[in-house]
Design a protein around this ligand. Structure first.
Ligand code: BMA
Length: 385
């Protein structure tokens, strides 16, 4: 009897210590990283923005437009005006700006940097959010961002044109350091360099640099801005164009410690009912990846040029997003600029989608500037450690 008990005990202890079966590689447990921004020395307003965006997750989607106060259909130049406000009475909550050309008087779309600076400060003072793209000219050929000569390998540290690239970063940093309000606060910016990285139309895109080169470029850019040039008012967005799988999305991902927001850009899938579910499927992957990593997710560019479908805003964009329990957790979406009567992505007074856009704005799930509350203040919460 005693012997049987001893044997039983031995067996059970022993089996507990049996060498576990090796885990198949794809089930290695995922250890979520600590919740902290890329830059732990963020200014308090930038840190508050990051935390408050997290608090807003799932409560609504922030709506943005590129160049919202810089140009509209039939007008140009920074004004207290935006086509969106003409229709809804409020500005978008998020404003996109183009920083390529920093160091010169004007950006690549001929917008003076003095106006960009003033506009970004005004946005901050009104409680809106600024985000910036950087269609940096090809640093080697001096062609545009669309000149796909493979420059990345030549601008990486220890390469022939390293200094050229560093001087571009110094220009960007100088601009960002000057983004100060009258009471000395630095304006936070959600920075989205080297976007649509899986497309082949930019010099940093697929086919013009390897994933390893892209990743090195990204890490160098962030490290140089943050640690060498001491820029502490940026949140960093990594963004692809359309993709199909997690693996594709992550092909050029530089790692969790280098990214705050996971973005994607998709102009196609939301245009017709036939493909909307593809767009939603990608956002589901994005939100899932972001949540696991304690990051944010965003549809960093989308839209329908000319908005030829009159109920596009509520039926093709908002409805599918709102109805999907996962995709609805993206933090923001941004449509592109209203440049002229051919190239525009938001309605203007008299446009056939204007009434639907008004309904889109009135919906409780969209966040425009008047709906944003104290995004730069923290109430009893500090940055994650
Ligand atoms: C593109 C177009 C161009 C512009 C570029 C960078 O999509 O709007 O006219 O130069 O973005 O802003």
């Amino acid at each position: 009897m005693l012997m049987a008990l001893v044997l039983l005990l031995w067996n059970s202890c022993h089996s507990k210590h049996r060498k576990p079966e090796p885990e198949p590689v794809d089930t290695i447990p995922f250890v979520p990283p600590k919740e902290k921004p890329v830059d732990t020395l963020l200014t308090s307003e930038t840190g508050a923005l990051w935390i408050n965006l997290k608090r807003l997750q799932g409560k609504g989607i922030i709506f943005g437009q590129q160049d919202a106060t810089i140009s509209g259909v039939d007008w140009k130049g920074l004004q207290d005006k935006s086509d969106i406000r003409e229709i809804t009475g409020t500005y978008p909550a998020l404003y996109g700006w183009e920083l390529a050309g920093a160091g010169d008087n004007a950006n690549i779309d001929s917008v003076p940097f003095a106006s960009i600076r003033q506009g970004m400060i005004e946005v901050f003072d009104r409680g809106g959010i600024n985000t910036a793209t950087w269609h940096l000219n090809n640093p080697v050929t001096k062609g545009t961002a669309w000149d796909v000569f493979p420059a990345v390998q030549q601008i990486l540290p220890d390469s022939s044109s390293e200094d050229l690239y560093k001087s571009e970063l110094k220009n960007i940093a100088a601009f960002l350091h000057q983004l100060r309000t009258s009471d000395g606060k630095l304006v936070p910016v959600i920075f989205r360099p080297f976007h649509e990285n899986n497309g082949n139309w930019f010099w940093w895109g697929k086919g013009h640099c390897t994933p390893e080169e892209y990743i090195r470029l990204w890490r160098f850019t962030v490290g140089y801005l943050r640690d060498t040039l001491q820029v502490h008012n940026l949140l960093y967005v990594y963004s692809t164009d359309m993709f199909e799988t997690q693996q594709q999305y992550l092909e050029r991902y530089p790692g969790d410690e280098w990214v705050d927001i996971l973005g994607t850009e998709n102009y196609w899938d939301f245009q017709t009912g036939a493909t909307v579910s593809n767009g939603i499927a990608q956002l589901r992957i994005l939100v899932d990846l972001a949540n696991k990593r304690k990051k944010l997710a965003a549809l960093t560019e989308c839209g329908f040029e000319g908005i030829p479908v009159k109920n596009w805003w509520t039926q093709f964009l908002l409805k599918p997003l709102k109805e999907d329990t996962i995709a609805r957790n993206i933090s923001y979406l941004m449509v592109w600029r209203n440049a002229n009567r051919k190239h525009y992505y938001a309605p203007f007074p008299g446009h056939k989608s204007a009434p639907d856009f008004l309904a889109f704005e009135k919906d409780t799930f969209t966040i425009f500037e008047r709906d944003l509350k104290e995004i730069y203040f923290l109430k009893g919460q500090t940055l994650g450690k």
